[in-house]
Design a protein around this ligand. Structure first.
Ligand code: PHE
Length: 464
């Protein structure tokens, strides 16, 4: 469609519609689904939290996903460039695109630096499970403490371990992004995603025999509203767009590689559903193992890296099961990390005109360096995690909702929706109402809460 701004002939595109679905769901399905969702569900008490999370996916996640795809598909540039192209008519346009663009590029940069460290732990545990590297004599728990940087007395050699695995993981990510959208990202995600599903189904079959599955189903799907706290509700809201890779331009960037004739209105739903199914299945598997051993669900962030490895060792076929689980985790993290790096690289390529090869190595190298600092300094790791997931992503999401709902020209908005394959019917109208009135309000609530304002204004709600 030649009237699209910036739709240059040389721009890369997805090879097929399925390729886009694999890449976008690859971005969405990540550590957020297999590491974070189970542990926060455990901490916030199960069923009722899951129900709120599902509602948030529908009311915040999906509308934001469409907004990002529309902006990217119509803008046909990196996150900042697309927003700049589509807001040129507005007085606030330049300020908006600069702010949103910085959040996107900065978000990709900062998130990937610690994301890669966590993914590195998974690579480490895979290597341990395959007996490629020796485990610390005290067992996996000690290894995890060292990896997390808990153990300040750890010898310097032990501190190198997480740096080493983080380096391996960053190289894996760079090598894919360097090859480009079609030959790199799409080719790899088209293999990783089906494999991920097969592994997850196999693990589910396994826990059906080892026990705990019934308890796990009840925990995840039987809501007990007494356990639902305000904090849990807001956590569910925040997580709903982290898990769908929203609020930092990943879906804008991926949407910008869509061809004119791709119809992706349905695909947006498919990605959200796949993401949710993976989170729920991962939760089922993990809690089945936990309950089969008579343990509690609320183990916290160590659930997957600390609790599970110990339990696997004691189970029948423990070694192949542990290997399968960590391969699953690595595949999920890998395809997400690729999208994080792509947001940053697309900016360098589209907005700064630097070649893909050079951008990927230089920016990937800089992210690696920050990751090295994270791997050895636990406080820095926590700060970056908090800064990005608590503040930058919700602010980014809010800006994108305002942009899509209020600032975009009606013609661009309509054309964007039609270009995604949607009709200008009920669906488009429902989306517009939600993105204008529901999503921004919900996001504002999360933000105020995160900033502590809500807690101070309404102390009774938080039991303070
Ligand atoms: N969605 C990814 C996950 O669940 C994380 C992510 C966030 C990826 C933002 C890209 C952008 O792990």
């Amino acid at each position: 469609m030649s009237n699209d701004p910036g739709q240059g002939p040389g721009r890369s595109h997805w090879g097929s519609r399925l390729g886009f679905v694999f890449a976008a769901s690859g971005s969405a399905v990540g550590l957020g689904n297999i590491w974070k969702f189970p542990y926060i569900t455990g901490e916030y008490g199960g069923g009722a939290f899951v129900l709120v999370y599902l509602m948030c996916i529908a009311l915040v996640g999906l509308p934001l996903m469409y907004s990002e795809l529309i902006i990217g598909r119509r803008g046909a540039r990196d996150a900042m460039g697309s927003i700049r192209a589509l807001t040129s008519h507005s007085t606030f346009g330049p300020a908006f695109s600069l702010f949103a663009g910085l959040l996107a590029v900065g978000g990709g940069f900062l998130i990937l630096s610690f994301y890669s460290v966590v993914a590195g732990w998974a690579v480490h545990f895979l290597a341990v499970s395959m007996k490629l590297v020796p485990n610390a004599p005290e067992g996996v728990e000690a290894t995890f403490s060292t990896l997390l940087g808990d153990d300040r007395l750890a010898v310097s050699r032990a501190e190198l371990v997480p740096v080493l695995w983080h380096t391996v993981f960053m190289l894996m990510t760079i090598i894919v992004v360097v090859r480009g959208v079609h030959r790199g990202i799409e080719a790899v995600c088209s293999k990783l995603m089906p494999a991920l599903f097969v592994i997850l189904i196999l693990l589910l079959g396994y826990v059906a025999f080892t026990g705990g599955l019934g308890q796990s189903i009840a925990f995840l799907f039987k809501p007990d509203f007494h356990k639902l706290t305000a904090a849990g509700t807001l956590e569910a809201l925040g997580h709903s767009f982290f898990t769908l890779s929203l609020g930092m331009g990943a879906m804008i960037t991926y949407g910008s590689y869509l061809n004119d004739d791709r119809s992706v209105v349905r695909d947006g739903v498919v990605v959200a559903v796949l993401d949710t199914v993976v989170a729920l299945l991962a939760g089922l598997v993990i809690f089945a193992v936990v309950f089969a051993h008579g343990l509690e669900a609320g183990a916290g962030p160590g659930l997957v890296f600390k609790t599970l490895p110990k339990l696997f060792v004691a189970m029948p076929f423990g070694t192949p099961v542990a290997i399968a689980f960590f391969v699953l985790l690595i595949f999920a993290a890998w395809s997400s990390a690729i999208s994080l790096l792509e947001v940053v690289v697309a900016f360098a390529v589209d907005s700064a005109g630097i070649g893909r090869g050079r951008s990927t190595w230089v920016l990937g190298g800089a992210i690696w360096l920050l990751g090295v600092a994270c791997a050895s300094k636990a406080p820095l790791f926590d700060d970056l995690d908090n800064l990005t997931t608590r503040y930058m992503l919700p602010i980014g999401g809010l800006i994108i909702a305002i942009l899509a709902g209020w600032i975009l020209r009606p013609a661009d908005r309509a054309a964007g929706f039609v270009a995604l394959g949607g009709e200008q019917g009920t669906l488009a109208r429902a989306w517009l109402v939600i993105i204008r009135f529901v999503t921004p309000v919900l996001l504002l609530i999360v933000l105020l809460w995160k900033l502590g304002a809500l807690e101070k204004a309404l102390p009774f709600l938080f039991g303070a």
